[in-house]
Design a protein around this ligand. Structure first.
Ligand code: ADP
Ligand code: MG
Length: 182
């Protein structure tokens, strides 16, 4: 089974390909509402209306080689089968927001997977892009921002192995407190 972290990686990679300088990843779990939402916003080149209409088609891609099995249509389906919904908003020259909402306790809801490793992969592979990650579980929330890290490390590259190790530690510490059962 796919994991939500894999979808997040795929959607964020779309943002990277769109030339984004900043990618925001926002995850919110709300047990009272029985919902889990994932929102990814970028400041990349965006899409034309015509392209927006096409992207939920499972056979549409602007890549010449497509990895089979992921992409926007799969995330949209994964959300809808849990009674959730999917939304994509994009403005040419401004950026794109992809939002998927899942039924949190639905049996077919894919597990979160390793979101920390996913963030590390994104940061390590795209050292010139900033990532702002927000995670909320009911009324507890934590944030992580590579722009803050950059200020702390000054001239050291953010994808230096020691820095990545440090970031992993920061993420683990900051996000393990949010969800007591995780
Ligand atoms: N954040 C984005 N900004 C601009 N274009 C995007 C974005 N996300 C997706 N697209 C466009 O939609 C197409 C389909 O995306 P996707 O379903 O993930 O498939 P793939 O990435 O394999 O092409 C991409 O090839 C790209 O042209
Ligand atoms: Mg993609």
């Amino acid at each position: 089974m796919l994991e939500l972290a894999e979808h997040i990686l795929d959607i964020a990679e779309n943002s990277v390909r769109a030339g984004a300088r900043l990618i925001e990843i926002n995850i919110a779990e709300d047990t009272a509402n029985d919902s889990l939402s994932i929102e990814i916003t970028d400041d990349g080149h965006g899409m034309k209306q015509e392209e927006i209409n096409k992207v939920t088609d499972p056979f549409y891609t602007t890549k010449t080689v497509r990895r089979v099995g992921l992409g926007i249509p799969l995330l949209a389906d994964a959300a809808r089968i849990t009674g959730g919904c999917f939304n994509l908003e994009s403005q040419e020259g401004k950026g794109t927001t992809v939002k998927a909402t899942f039924g949190l306790s639905h049996v077919d809801r894919q597990p979160m997977g390793n979101i920390i490793s996913t963030l590390i992969v994104l940061i390590a592979g795209n050292s010139d892009v900033d990532f702002f990650y927000k995670y909320r579980h009911n009324d507890r929330q934590s944030e992580f921002d590579t722009r803050t890290i950059r200020k702390e490390i000054e001239d050291v590259p953010i994808n230096h192995p020691e820095i990545l190790k440090y970031i992993r530690g920061v993420l683990k510490e900051g996000f393990s407190e949010i969800k007591p059962e995780a």
